[in-house]
Design a binder for this molecule. Structure first.
Ligand code: GLU
Ligand code: MG
Length: 440
C-alpha cells in the first residue's frame, strides 16, 4: 500500500512539556514551504503534558507564528517498519516577519551555544544517553544487563540500531539495563543543537519501532516506583576551534582543565534551580534519590554514578589521547525536560562559571550520604530539591537562572509546570508514576 502513498514529512517543535508536536506536508511540497514554513501558534507553548492549556495562559487565543524546517536536521528512515518512512524535520519558530520568536527553545539553545563560543572561544560537544522501558514485553527471568534480556526482545535492538543509523544518528551502544525490559542507547556527540535534536529523534524512532513490535517504549523517569528509573544522561565536553578537547588537564582538580572546572562550578552553584529545567515532572523526583544511580546532591565526582556531575573515565590503554576522551556526564536529567532548555541552562551556568572564574568546591570521593551534615557543608554539598514543587521554588528564587531566558518563556514554563502539578493533586506516587509511564 505504501507504494501508492506519498510520504509525509513532519516539521516539529518540542514544547515545555517535552512533547514533540508538529505539522505534516507531503514530501513533494517541502520545497514550497522551505522558506516560510508551516503555521504554528503562540498558545501551543502553554500546552501541558496532558495536552490541556496551562493556567494562566499568557498567550491567549490570538497570534500566528511560522515553524521553519531546518533541513540540516532531518531524520528519515524506513527501518522502523511503518508503512511510510519516519520523517522528522526540526523546526525553528519565528514571527510572521521572519524574526526569531522568544518562545523558540531551539533558538534559545543556539544562542546559548553561540554565547559560550563568543565569550570563551570554546564550544560544547554533547550527547544525550537515554534509557527506556519496553512495556508489554515479557520480562523473562529478569537478569539485569544480561545477554539474554537483550536477545529476548530480538530483533528489537538490531532494528533500533539500524533505524538510528539510517536516520544519521550515529548510534554507539545498546544494552539491556538494570530494570526488567529496560534498555539504554547512546549516540555519538555533536554540537549542542544537533545533540538535542538527536535526543528527540532517538525517542520518537524508538517509540515508533516499539509500537510496530506491539510494545510501548516509556522514557518516563520512574515508570515503576520499585524499579530503576530512566535517566537522560547529558554528556558534554569543551573543544577549541580546531576541535581539540579542552576538558582535560592531568594536574587539574579531578583531571579537569581550568575551563572545565569553572564550567562545572557554575553548574554546581545553580544546580537546585537548574534541576527544574532538566528534571521537569513530578515523577522526576521519585528518581533523583540517593542509592539509585541517578543523582541526589550538588556533587561532582570522578567515575561515581551517584554524582550529579560524573567525570567519565579516561582510558589509559591503546594509545588513546586523554584530551580527546574526557567528558562530563550530567545525570539529573530525564525525558520530561525539554532537551533544548536543559542544555541551554547547563551552558549558561557553565559560561557564568567560566567568565566569573568560579572554583570547584573541595571535592570528595565519598558519597554525600556517608558524610556528616558539617562535612557536607564543608564540601558545599546540598541535597537536590525533593519534588518538582521544590525545584520550581528554587528556580523562582534564582533570578540569575530565570534571567538567562526570555520572560514570557520562563513564565510559560512556570504556568505549565504548576498546572501539571495541580492536575496531579490527590494522586499518590504510584498513580502518578503509572500516569507518566503512559505519557512519556
Ligand atoms: N537508571 C539510572 C538512572 O536513573 C542510571 C543507570 C546507569 O548508570 O546507567 O539514571
Ligand atoms: Mg544506563
Amino acid at each position: 500500500m505504501s507504494g501508492s502513498l506519498e510520504p509525509l514529512a513532519g516539521i516539529v517543535t518540542t514544547d515545555l512539556a517535552a512533547i514533540t508536536r508538529g505539522r505534516f506536508v507531503t514530501e513533494g511540497r517541502l520545497s514550497q514551504i522551505a522558506a516560510t514554513g508551516v503555521g504554528w501558534i503562540q498558545t501551543n507553548l502553554s500546552l501541558t503534558a496532558f495536552s490541556t492549556a496551562a493556567t494562566p495562559n499568557i498567550w491567549g487565543s490570538a497570534g500566528d507564528l511560522r515553524l521553519i524546517p531546518d533541513f540540516k536536521a532531518r531524520y528519515r528512515c524506513h527501518a522502523t517498519g511503518s508503512q511510510t518512512p519516519f520523517d522528522m524535520i526540526m523546526g525553528n519558530l519565528v514571527e510572521i516577519d521572519g524574526s526569531s520568536w522568544s518562545g523558540c527553545t531551539r533558538s534559545i539553545l543556539r544562542n546559548a551555544a553561540a554565547a559560550l563560543e563568543n565569550a570563551t572561544g570554546l564550544s560544547l560537544k554533547a550527547s544525550f544517553e537515554q534509557e527506556f522501558y519496553l512495556l508489554g514485553q515479557d520480562p523473562g527471568p529478569g537478569h539485569s544487563l544480561s545477554f539474554a534480556a537483550l536477545r529476548r526482545a530480538d530483533p528489537f535492538a538490531p532494528q533500533l540500531m539500524a533505524a538510528l543509523q539510517e536516520a544519521g544518528l550515529n548510534p554507539e551502544v545498546i544494552l539491556a539495563e538494570l530494570g526488567p525490559t529496560q534498555f539504554e542507547v547512546s549516540i555519538a556527540p555533536t554540537d549542542p543543537v544537533a545533540a538535542a535534536d538527536r535526543a528527540i529523534a532517538v525517542r520518537e524512532i524508538t517509540r515508533e519501532l516499539a509500537r510496530n513490535f506491539g510494545a510501548k517504549a516509556s522514557f518516563s523517569p520512574k515508570p515503576y516506583l520499585d524499579q530503576p528509573g530512566n535517566g537522560v544522561h547529558i554528556h558534554f565536553s569543551l573543544v577549541d576551534k580546531s576541535g581539540r578537547g579542552k576538558t582535560y588537564d592531568a594536574d587539574g582538580p579531578a583531571q579537569l582543565s581550568a575551563e572545565a572546572a569553572s564550567f562545572c562550578a557554575g553548574i554546581l552553584r545553580h544546580l537546585p534551580a537548574l534541576v527544574a529545567l532538566t528534571a521537569s515532572s513530578a515523577p522526576s523526583y521519585y528518581r533523583l534519590k540517593p542509592h539509585s544511580w541517578s543523582s541526589s546532591h550538588t556533587w561532582l565526582a570522578r567515575q561515581d554514578r551517584e554524582a550529579t556531575l560524573r567525570i567519565c573515565p579516561v582510558l589509559t590503554m591503546a594509545d588513546r589521547d586523554p584530551a580527546d576522551q574526557l567528558n562530563i556526564e550530567y545525570r539529573a536529567a530525564d525525558a520530561t525536560a525539554n532537551p533544548y532548555l536543559a542544555l541551554a541552562a547547563l551552558i549558561h551556568a557553565g559560561l557564568e562559571g567560566m567568565t566569573k572564574g568560579y572554583k570547584l568546591p573541595l571535592l570528595t570521593a565519598v558519597n554525600p550520604e556517608a558524610l556528616s551534615p558539617d562535612q557536607r557543608r564543608m564540601h558545599q554539598l546540598e541535597r537536590l530539591p525533593g519534588s518538582l514543587g521544590e525545584s520550581l521554588d528554587a528556580l523562582r528564587a534564582d533570578e540569575t537562572v530565570t534571567g538567562w531566558f526570555p520572560k514570557p518563556l520562563i513564565e510559560s514554563f512556570f504556568a505549565v509546570k504548576h498546572s501539571e502539578l495541580a492536575r496531579l493533586e490527590g494522586l499518590d506516587n504510584a498513580a502518578v508514576s503509572e500516569l507518566y509511564r503512559d505519557l512519556y
